[in-house]
Design a binder for this molecule. Sequence first.
Ligand code: ADP
Length: 676
Amino acid sequence: MVGASLASAARRWSRPRRLLALLLALLLVFLLSIAGGNALDVSIARANLAPASGLIAVLTLIARQGWRIPVATAGVASVAIGNLVTGLPLDYVLQTGLIRILEILLFCAIVERSGRLPRLDSAAHSVRLVIGATVASAFFAVGVTGVRLLSGVELAEAFANDAFVANLVSFVVATPLAFARLRQGATASRTEVTAQWLLMAAALVVTFTLSVNISLSFLPLPLFAWAALRLSAIGVTLQLLLVTLGTTIATILGWGPFAANADGVRDAIVVLQGGLFIFLSSTIVLWSRRVEGELEIERALAKDRVLRRAVEQAQTAFLLVEPIGDAYIVVQANDHGLRALGMDPGNEFFSASSEINIALPEDHPLIEGLSIVAGGEPRWRGELVLEAFAGRADAEVSIERAAGDKSGVMSVELADVTEKRREDRRLRALVERERALSAQYQELSRQKDDFVASISHELRTPLASIVGYAETLDETELDPMQRRFVDTIVRNAGRLQERVEELLSAAKRAADSVDDPHPLALDRIIGEVADDLRAVAASRRVDIVVESSATALPEVIGTEDSVTRVLTNIMSNAVKFSPDDSSVVVSALVDDETIELFVRDAGPGIPLADQERVFDRFYRTEDATANATPGTGLGLSIVRTLLDGIGGSVLVESDGAHGSTFVIRFARAHDLDPAL
Ligand code: ADP
């Protein structure tokens, strides 16, 4: 902390205290005015050189908004009363008083920056102060000159240069004293401060007592510079005040080079104050610039400290690497950076030096990325395994050219992802296990469906045969006991058939064959299925004809189970939908890759709109439902699924009135065996 200024302290005072201070200050202005008047016999042509304007300006600046004009007016009134007491005429006092009020308001308007009090800790503030003082004082001097001329003073006498310099000095002495933060800029030690004060005093004593030589009046100049560069605000401003007071009094007393070289005291004081203004304003501007520079450095250092700490404590490792010849030298690293290089940051060597100098070994994993960036690429990113201080570590690495650096220095950022990778591997293993379990479960579930479906189908054909024969028996001549037996057989076989159909629909989906597809004799299976169905077919005098094209066929790809079930389904459908006394004809067409089997019946056919849908699960044509043809609507969907499993396909051709032809396409065996 650099402490508050007198002005900001005064602003925090209680109202009565502020009022009392204002009254005391006004009294001081009044007394100074009388003292100035008495010391330098004032007249219309000779201004009162008391430093009133600066003091009133300070009071006005400290006053709260709305109080400024009253305070400025009260201050000027105190001067005016003093002037009247020292014998100046009333109209002159009133005119100059009015000009002084305007002067003070002008000064305040210039120095005050957007409603903030001038703090003088930047060169801009103090330059504004000097400009404000000059403009306001010039305004006052021109005004006073005018008043003098109007009062009949001759032009040579009327020129108010005395008022100009007196006001200049009063502004630049009073304002810094009130607004600079008192302890700001205290750089020098107590000894240095004492030495500076003593030398300043000595310089002034020499200038004003031992010498009448005007050039010696420049003697304090380096001491002012010294004060500006090393002293605190209070030190500098007090010194300026005391030097101004001391030299003015000395000159009034007729001492020193100014009194000696001027026509009378008044001229001497004008010359002195002109010189003082130059010294004082330079000192103040120099002091402000120095303090501003120190503040800038302090801010930059604070920012640097914060950044440095952030980098030091970052969980990411940072390195700065400079390519020198063929080598890559690590010139900076934070603690994590050192660890990533396999070093111990606690090592005395590192803690003692802020710069490091480590050449990376030629086979270091970072070299590849570094040489790519050194070769001109803007950046390199990758993942490396490093021999870090705590053991092997997986690191995500990003290498870039250091911003704004022309010497080729690269910044390397390493994020330790060892834990993350370990976690990834663990998760991947878990997912794999889950997947295996799920596949196992699906396989079991598939086998179950398959089992249910195949058992049901195995039961279907023999059951149909039992029902067929029982019904045939039922139509023959039977004695009552035989009829009872046959009825029981028909009824129970019917129930069994219902259970089997239920089981089939419970399976809900086709079960694939458990076997792997292999070459198979299609013609043999056609023969077997046809034989099995013949009994049922015969009951309705339906003939199953296997044409010669389908009796000696090359092998197809499939499993015993799937091919048998496909043929049983299609051929039993054909028999089921055939009218009595008709034929089901099986024929085949062989080409290089496939064998097409045609199962043709003379049934009702399948309308075009239904030809694709009959392969959907549980779909049955209206015809089948209306005629109460037994079935579940599952068979053809199972057929399609089974054929998918062995690389085959199925479709139906029908005009929707004169029978249907199911075309089953099997893949030929040699397609899978390149040896054939
Ligand atoms: P379902 O067990 O009811 O016969 P499928 O899946 O075997 O079930 O057949 C579905 C439907 O396709 C049958 O209900 C029937 O409407 C029709 N269908 C199947 N084959 C034939 C055929 N050869 N002639 C006429 N319609 C048939």
